[in-house]
Design a binder for this molecule. Sequence first.
Ligand SMILES: [Mg+2]
Length: 285
Amino acid sequence: MKKHGFLVDMDGVVYRGSEIIPGAREFIDYLRVNNLPFVFLTNNSRPTKLDIIRKLKRFNITAYESNVYTSAIATAQFLSAQHPHATAFVIGEGGLLNALHEYEIAVDDTSPDYVVIGEGRTWTAENIEKAIDFVIAGAKLIGTNLDPSPKIKGWMKPGTGAILKMIEEATGKKAFSVGKPSPVMMRNARKQLNLQASETTIVGDTMPTDILGGVLMGIRTILTLSGDTKKEDLDTYPYQPNYVIDSVKDIIPLLNKLLGLNGGRSTDYGSMSLRLHKAGNRRKS
Ligand SMILES: [Mg+2]
């Protein structure tokens, strides 16, 4: 079998809100049984690694710290590489603050090198005004991600993109976003797996982050239709995934074929693969 590893998006692929997506547990078990390395890759900068491990545990999915890579971690690594021991004014939550601390980026609210905006509900008029002031004074504006908001009534999270737009407009400065589809995050996640681009596949549900990120990195892309993207939306994008599946429930037969596996190495998965083969709604885009 060829050496291969996976970047697995979480929301919309493994779970939706507090519900596991059927087939997700079997997919992760399949990766472990076949010694296929993987990381859960999320643009959500709010949770810590431990928060994510705990959340997955509720779905009976076991993950270790080495299986988790968030845009908060990518942002901390990026800043540490660009400017070791830099300081930052941060609007964000535990996952971001923890990651910055781990990479020795100190929080500073007098004259920071960077203003870093992440997901969460800690923004206020006062800290946005401070952020604007620091950027005007020369601090560089960084976003953990620019995930699109779903623009539906009742959605109470304006998102990092909305906060960044406010600061960009007020300062005339453009933010740099580290999360997917930025190659910064994609490449670092792949390096965490110790793999080349040709040995890596991303599985995701969002075209402008997961799939575009994969296309930019030249890695194989598998779109699941269990989250953000409807089949009829696909035509509106100038880039396309390599494979499209309804959900991870259909992924094992596809991977068996792509990786030259025959029903998985463990007999435990033989019957499951057979059942999924029968469901037979695998498609190639
Ligand atoms: Mg997703």
